[in-house]
Ligand binder design. Structure first.
Ligand code: SF4
Length: 155
């Protein structure tokens, strides 16, 4: 992490996002920004810069998990491209089903995004406890998705 990296403090954003969303679920809509930023950077040709410089979730895991992590390596099957593709498709499917059930009512969409963000956050923390602190980043659908966009743009 470079000295100028926003990763030193950007964890605050995800904590504030969850806190505000719990107080008022409309803030859940800001989850679109969290999901959109990695894609935006990748589509602008900046590759995975979001992961290395800005990501609030990666920042949180990097800051708080090292002190509680068992530091194990992820099982081999979880580090394969097939598993990462599965995670990407699984998350997109879950989000699609959730949006469908929200009947595109804004406040229900906000709840769907919050649920998805929070569930994946909890999974990331659990993975950080049992495996290396930022193990989530090895299977993260957003990180994998931006990597795919970068590879496509490089072709
Ligand atoms: S892999 Fe996912 S959680 Fe990790 S830094 Fe990238 S976008 Fe954030």
């Amino acid at each position: 992490m470079s000295k100028s990296s926003h990763m030193k403090w950007s964890w605050v954003i995800i904590v504030v996002f969850f806190a505000l969303s719990i107080v008022n679920i409309w803030f859940g809509l800001f989850g679109f920004v969290c999901m959109g930023m990695p894609m935006y950077h990748a589509l602008r040709g900046r590759g995975k810069i979001h992961c290395s410089k800005y990501c609030p979730r990666g920042s949180f895991l990097g800051k708080f998990m090292p002190s509680v992590s068992m530091d194990n390596t992820l099982p081999k099957f979880m580090r394969t491209k097939g598993f990462k593709n599965f995670m990407l498709i699984f998350m997109m499917t879950m989000f699609g089903i959730s949006l469908y059930h929200s009947q595109f009512v804004p406040v229900k969409i906000a709840m769907s995004i919050f649920r998805l963000m929070f569930a994946s956050f909890v999974v990331g923390i659990i993975m950080g406890v049992f495996f290396k602190p930022r193990s989530w980043c090895q299977v993260c659908p957003m990180g994998h998705g931006t990597g795919l966009i970068r590879d496509l743009k490089n072709k």
